[in-house]
Design a protein around this ligand. Structure first.
Ligand code: AMP
Ligand code: ZN
Length: 112
C-alpha cells in the first residue's frame, strides 16, 4: 500500500467504492465521475503507479485484468462492445497514480 494513494485506500476499505468484482489480485469498481452510462475501472490490488512502472512481475495481473474486462463488461450489459483506456503518466492524462484500466460503454463512442 502506498500512503496517500486513493485507490490503495479503496483497496484497504478506508474509502468506499461501488464494487463490481474482487479477487486476490484485482478490484473493479464504478468510476465516481462516469463519462458514459457504464464506466468502471479494474485495478491491481498491489500498488503500481502506472503502466510505465510495470515490469515482468506484473505480467500475470495485467493479463488477468485484460481477460476480466470483457467478462465484467458483459455482466454490466455491454453486449455490443466497450472501450478500454489506460492513461499513463501526466502526458497520458493520468490523474490517479495507481494503475487502472477504464472500461467504458453504453453510449456511442467518439472515433479515435
Ligand atoms: P485517470 O485520468 O485515468 O487517472 O482517471 C482517474 C479516474 O479515477 C477518473 O475517471 C476519476 O473519476 C476516477 N476516480 C477518482 N477518485 C475516485 C473514487 N474515489 N472512486 C471512483 N473513481 C474515482
Ligand atoms: Zn495505490
Amino acid at each position: 500500500m502506498s500512503d496517500d494513494c486513493i485507490f490503495c485506500k479503496i483497496v484497504a476499505g478506508q474509502i468506499p467504492c461501488r464494487k463490481i468484482y474482487e479477487d486476490d489480485l484485482v478490484l473493479a469498481f464504478h468510476d465516481i465521475n462516469p463519462v458514459a452510462p457504464v464506466h468502471f475501472m479494474i485495478i491491481p490490488k498491489a500498488h503500481v503507479a502506472s503502466l510505465a512502472e510495470c515490469d515482468e512481475s506484473h505480467r500475470a495481473v495485467l493479463g488477468h485484468i485484460l481477460l476480466l474486462a470483457p467478462r465484467l463488461a458483459r455482466d454490466l450489459g455491454l453486449e455490443d462492445g466497450f472501450r478500454t483506456i489506460i492513461n499513463t503518466g501526466r502526458g497520458g492524462g493520468q490523474e490517479v497514480f495507481h494503475l487502472h484500466v477504464h472500461v467504458i460503454g453504453g453510449a456511442k463512442p467518439r472515433p479515435m
